[in-house]
Design a protein around this ligand. Sequence first.
Ligand code: ADP
Ligand code: MG
Length: 234
Amino acid sequence: MARTLVETVDLKKAYITGAGSLEVLHGVDFRLEEGEFAAVMGPSGSGKSTFMNILGCLDTATSGAYRLLGEPVSSLSADELAGKRNRFLGFVFQGYNLLPKSDLLENVALPLLYARVPAAERRERALEQLERVGLGPFARRLPGQVSGGQQQRAAVARALVGDPDLILADEPTGNLDSQTSDEIMGLFMSLNDKGASIILVTHEPDVAACAKRLVRFHDGLLVQDGPVVDRRAL
Ligand code: ADP
Ligand code: MG
């Protein structure tokens, strides 16, 4: 049986604003097993990023339970959350988030530096991941010297380098033209075919259609959750 990677029960999140407390997640129940590829859709402001940030241990819920690989994370300290991120998770963001003055190899190796992997092994593993995403020949280029699609490929390589149990991607094709977006989605699909577990936020139906499961948010609630069967219905 597949392991449960993520489980949330009645997850709520409120932000403290100048106008008081604003609840933006109203009780989300969600479960993801190893090997799944879930797309998260929903209108702007519906709570997708808030939910992903909590799953990614970048933020904590106000109430409810979140278990990552069976362990409760709701009450962990910032340091402990950082440890979970390093050990279990890989992130891909809309804006690539590469360090502009570091070359692609150094960027991809960065999570291993935080994990205190020795330098020679860092280089070897980073190069391996760059080759996996087709960027071997570009390892010594700076982010500004390659295309947006190549930068996002490098960001995927960086997400993979720590051998994460789960990849979280928030609008990873949001800055890309449709052909480059197709390329990146092809990469996510082939990673999932090889066993990677992925949760990916998008508001593009064509992108969501690449996943196997579709989750939809509306006004801070999970309102739909099921397999992707008919892409025209998205
Ligand atoms: P989505 O990713 O679906 O567009 P978000 O999770 O970013 O939605 O935002 C959900 C709601 O929470 C929005 O109303 C947004 O304005 C609000 N919000 C997000 N982050 C914060 C924050 N740090 N402080 C206050 N409100 C926030
Ligand atoms: Mg968002």
